[in-house]
Design a protein around this ligand. Structure first.
Ligand SMILES: [Mg+2]
Length: 213
């Protein structure tokens, strides 16, 4: 075994392609009250943030009444669940990556800004859940990404230092969170790019550097 003991994955944009599901679900919930968000706005500023943070931004930018946050949040979760159940399926590259990395002795976990129900449902539907040692949702931390708390908490659970951990992240908020935790950050351009060779290649590169320096 090399110097890397554990690999922590972000969920959306890494293990599942959930951006569109969150976008559709949020817009369905907003539409009930006559509000909407464009794809561009979602991708450029909102993607990867927890729903409550998105709603705070919508109140500042579009005058969404704060009193509606609770109801819209509930509707959004119902619609997200519908999207996941109808669209989230196992993807060969992700199943192969997680099962092989685990077989090679890496400890695997997921750290996501999603709520626990959504996170677990997506991982079960994707066939990845059983490969993971644990998952940490935004309900398990006080400060979501870009704060590093979620990754620091994962390292504490693992009993590993940041130099023994690789984080796989796609979005700016997540990359910032991972960098601030001190772990090695494998930043990926999106869901399609994530497979065994990419992650293993990154891990090998770090382990080689450790050996030669
Ligand atoms: Mg992400």
């Amino acid at each position: 075994m090399g110097s890397i003991a554990a690999i922590l994955f972000d969920l959306d944009g890494v293990l599942v392609d959930a951006t569109e599901w969150h976008y559709v679900a949020l817009n369905r919930a907003l539409a009930v009250f006559g509000f909407s968000i464009s794809r561009y706005e979602h991708l450029s500023a909102y993607n990867g943030l927890p729903t409550r943070k998105k709603l705070e931004m919508l109140s500042v930018e579009k005058g969404l009444p704060v009193s509606l946050h609770g109801l819209i949040g509930c509707l959004k979760q119902i619609y997200t669940r519908e999207e996941i159940l109808s669209k989230c399926r196992p993807v060969f590259e992700k199943e192969y990556m997680s099962s092989r990395l685990k077989r090679e002795g890496y400890r695997l976990a997921v750290c996501s800004n999603s709520i626990r129900d959504t996170l677990e449902l997506m991982l079960r539907q994707s066939g990845i859940y059983d490969q993971l040692e644990f998952v940490i949702s935004n309900e398990d931390v006080l400060r979501p990404k870009p704060d590093p708390e979620i990754y620091l908490k994962a390292m504490e659970k693992l009993g590993c230092g940041p130099d023994e951990v690789v984080v796989v992240e796609d979005a700016p908020h997540g990359i910032e969170s991972a960098r601030r935790s001190g772990a090695h950050v494998c930043s990926v351009v999106g869901f399609e790019a994530v497979d065994y060779l990419l992650v293993k290649g990154f891990v090998d590169q770090i382990e080689t550097q450790v050996v030669t320096t």
